[in-house]
Design a binder for this molecule. Sequence first.
Ligand code: IPD
Length: 267
Amino acid sequence: MSHETLLTLARDTAHEAADLIRELRPEGRVDVAATKTSPTDAVTDVDTAAERLIRERIGAARPDDGFVGEEGGRQSGTSGVDWVVDPIDGTVNFVYGVPAYAVSIGVEVGGVVRAGVVVDVPLRTEYTALRGEGAWRRDPGGGPAVAMQAPVASDLTHALVATGFGYDPEQRARQAKALAEMLSRVRDIRRIGSAALDLCSLAAGRVDAYVEEGLQPWDRAAGVLIAREAGVVVTGRHADEPDESLVVAAGPALFEQFRALVVESGF
Ligand code: IPD
């Protein structure tokens, strides 16, 4: 199966899940069904229902593939294709009705993410990428896909920086200190509440840089590919590959200055 065909399956499934999430969301606040890594790390019945739908659709179309989802854990496959899924990235926003949450699906072939889709559920905007071929944004209403390009900004003092916090209180305290260091040296900070949308916003040029510690594979698989395919430089702390320890990202003209600031700030 071509990577393009895998992307089509990922897109169709992500839109179906986004429709379900919109349909199931009641007015007002959503009940938290359970918590995970800390008392503030919420799961709702809608996260679980959306992941179940995605597992069923991918499993029916490609029964030999592996699957790792934020809510339902890992299931190994035999085909060499693995689906890395966050059914709702931005669950806290979803709970409160803040309109910034997304379905995120990355498709790994031989351990490398080759295709990815992020669907912004409230706005219905779709972000996609195919490794080596580019990244695109499609707004709702059936218009054409628009190729995305990394921001060209090179002045760190005017950079708008997106970030996020993990759910572990000690890690948060450290992140807050590092951000306090950074804040006086950039234009401003944004904490939108969805890592997948942060990375897509960078690809779309709505922020200039992004840094976050503690992201899980499902938070970053699709978003990192989309950002990179738009020309954004994305690395980890010590290596080229971002990982749970750190994701640092910025347009090529800003990247080295931004990475130096991340280190100086104490991330
Ligand atoms: C969270 C969001 C948030 C980020 C957290 C993630 P979830 O994902 O992406 O922006 O700061 O680190 O855990 O829990 O809403 O799927």
